[in-house]
Design a protein around this ligand. Structure first.
Ligand SMILES: Nc1ncnc2c1ncn2[C@@H]1O[C@H](COP(=O)(O)OP(=O)(O)OP(=O)(O)O)[C@@H](O)[C@H]1O
Ligand SMILES: [Mg+2]
Length: 386
């Protein structure tokens, strides 16, 4: 059932609207002026508000501004008399959903309300969908090493400091980057990821900075680069050690000046982007071999975060295995399998060169090949020691 708030100082209008809309199945609350309307508006979330323009105390326009400040998602439909259509138009420009004229035409009134309600539902649906999709996978583990990583995330996330995340394959560098964004003041903004190793070196500049139509042979359309896409949010430069030297020079300029230029363009564009980089290479060694610029290295590594490999934190294995069993069994639509303590101990004795990614694959293999309960024999036969 939808609830509508009617704000009008003319009792007759309130009464007519209220009767019609109650008949249509809406629940109605009434207010005789903007001040009372605002008070009711703040008490609960209405589906739609109908609001007169000329009223004592707080008028319609002022109500609209204060109401949208409080909750911009509730559609407000203005009711305008003959004399104030211009004000009604102005109200729409300032965020009112629409306006209807007095005396209200019944059909138009009902259609406008229905549309406003639908739009509102759509908006909140999209929002909760975004929230659900955006949820980042939990970081499982209770080892001192992992706890330290989590503490560092809490500390550095709300700052705008650049972060360099290092660590072996599959240790969770990308996950750390996502949590930093999620816990930062930019979490409502975009998180844009670029895998520098996956992009051919002749395309990386256009990928990062965009290009104008016709700037090179295959540039058929204008393209917005990742830096611009990340404006107001975070840019995650993954595998930064694989970036070409010429791209490094341009990234350096973007970081120094907060400006980028699209390939083939002559004007600069200001960008507000927090950069997080990650690599599994030893960048200092790359610097010595002249494959990575030292100045860029210093710009990027204001905060250094090293994610330890799984072999250094085998105490995390029991919790990780438990979580992966839960996730994988639920993906396969089967009841969660159990695993013996001995099997877990065996897993703790392996050499995890592929780290957490490898552990997850091993658990998946065990789920597929073992019975309801995973035994140490299963581990011995299906997990090949290295
Ligand atoms: N602490 C953790 N808890 C649960 N899952 C984790 C954890 N750390 C990593 N993972 C999972 O392990 C996999 C590998 O992690 P991720 O991709 O972040 O690693 P990476 O360090 O970026 O690897 P690469 O160097 O290969 O790019 C992902 O599926 C990730 O969700
Ligand atoms: Mg990665």
């Amino acid at each position: 059932m939808s609830t509508i708030l009617i704000i009008d100082d003319e009792k007759a209008i309130r009464k007519t609207l209220s009767e019609i809309l109650t008949f249509e199945g809406y629940t109605i609350n009434e207010a005789a002026d903007g001040e009372e309307g605002l008070k009711l508006f703040k008490e609960k979330t209405y589906d739609v508000v109908l609001c007169d323009i000329k009223m004592p105390k707080i008028d319609g326009l002022e109500f609209l501004l204060k109401a949208t400040e409080h909750n911009a998602d509730v559609p407000v439909i203005m009711i305008s008399g003959h004399g104030n259509i211009e004000t009604a138009v102005e109200a729409v420009k300032k965020g009112a959903y629409d306006f209807i004229q007095k005396p209200p035409d019944l059909n138009r009134l009902l259609i406008t309300i229905r549309n406003a309600k639908d739009k509102n539902n759509l908006v909140s649906e999209t929002k909760s969908l975004k929230r659900r999709v955006a949820r980042v996978q939990e970081m499982i583990g209770d080892s001192p090493q992992l706890r330290k990583i989590k503490e560092t995330i809490e500390k550095v996330a709300p700052t705008d400091a650049r972060i360099m995340i290092t660590g072996d394959n599959g240790v969770g560098k990308e996950l750390v980057a996502r949590w930093v964004h999620e816990k930062s003041n930019r979490s409502e903004g975009p998180l844009v990821e670029v895998n520098c190793a996956a992009i051919p070196s002749e395309l990386i500049e256009s990928e990062l900075f965009g290009h104008e139509k016709g700037s090179f042979t295959s540039a058929i359309k204008q393209r917005i680069g990742k830096f611009e896409q990340a404006h107001g949010g975070t840019l995650f430069l993954d595998e930064i050690g694989d970036m070409s030297l010429s791209a490094q020079a341009k990234v350096l300029r973007a970081l120094q000046e907060g400006k980028i230029t699209r390939v083939g363009a002559d004007k600069d564009i200001n960008v507000d982007v927090r950069v997080i980089a990650a690599t599994n290479k030893d960048l200092m060694q790359e610097v010595e071999q002249k494959k990575f610029r030292l100045d860029l290295y210093h710009r990027l590594s204001v905060i250094l975060m090293h994610v330890p490999s799984l072999n250094e934190r085998i105490n995390d294995i029991p919790l990780l295995v438990d979580q992966f069993l839960k996730d994988i069994c639920s993906d396969y639509g089967i009841p969660k399998k159990t695993i013996s303590d001995q099997s877990i101990q065996q897993l703790q004795n392996y050499n995890w060169t592929g780290n957490i990614r490898e552990l997850r694959n091993v658990v998946e293999r065990l789920v597929i090949l073992s019975g309801k309960s995973i035994t140490k024999d299963d581990v011995a036969s299906y997990v090949i020691p290295k």
